[in-house]
Design a binder for this molecule. Sequence first.
Ligand code: FPP
Length: 242
Amino acid sequence: MITRLLGKRGAGRKVNAEGKLRHIAFIMDGNGRWAKKRGMPRTYGHAAGAAVFKRIIEYCGKIGIGAVTVYAFSTENWKRPKEEVDAIMKIFRDYLDEAERSFSQKDIQLHFLGSKSVFPEETAKRMTALEKASAGRRLILNIAVNYGGRDEIVHAVNELIREGRTEICEEDITSHLYTKDSPPPDLIVRTGAEKRISNFLLWEAAYAELYFTDVLWPDFDERQVDLCVADFYARKRRFGGI
Ligand code: FPP
């Protein structure tokens, strides 16, 4: 309600003026329920969620956040009905089209978290090409698609084995994760009222602050980001110290 009175656009750069929030991650939950409340198919909720995703990325860039990670599709989400999986994959391919058309003006560095081997070869090639073409740009955008936190750790360990390692340390795992180009997440936000991590950034989340909101993802907006950021600034981060 307060959010409605204050408007949706958010306060802008001053909310993260100290630049302490370097990496924010979102579990974009609630698309299906949002659509159901409107008597619409779940896929309608995903389309609305994708539009919100684009706005939120833009706003995170505006308030000086250096890295954003979104959980778009998990290794478990393949179990959903084919029609829903197909609809999410179509949204994803449309986003690749858009990125190829317009990302050169956007200063966004794209990374896809998760194994690309499940995608058609053509799609996987486009993902890799976008990662290469956008390297070095300012805002890191990690899109977790076919992603699972456990799968990511296994993948890192297998890479180390392939490199011939017989003993490893924490830093070895960190530097072989899909997120190796990002700082660890400072804040993980989950919309949609559930309070769990659902196999997201399991290794990286060790010292992340967690923020849960009942707001369904398609209702999330810039003002909601401001609330998350303000909450983050009110936390005392000790990283195991005192
Ligand atoms: C979880 O909500 C949402 C998903 C599994 C899909 C999220 C995908 C998008 C927002 C599209 C993103 C697109 C790009 C290009 C990154 P849910 O469907 O489980 O919601 P429910 O809990 O209400 O059923």
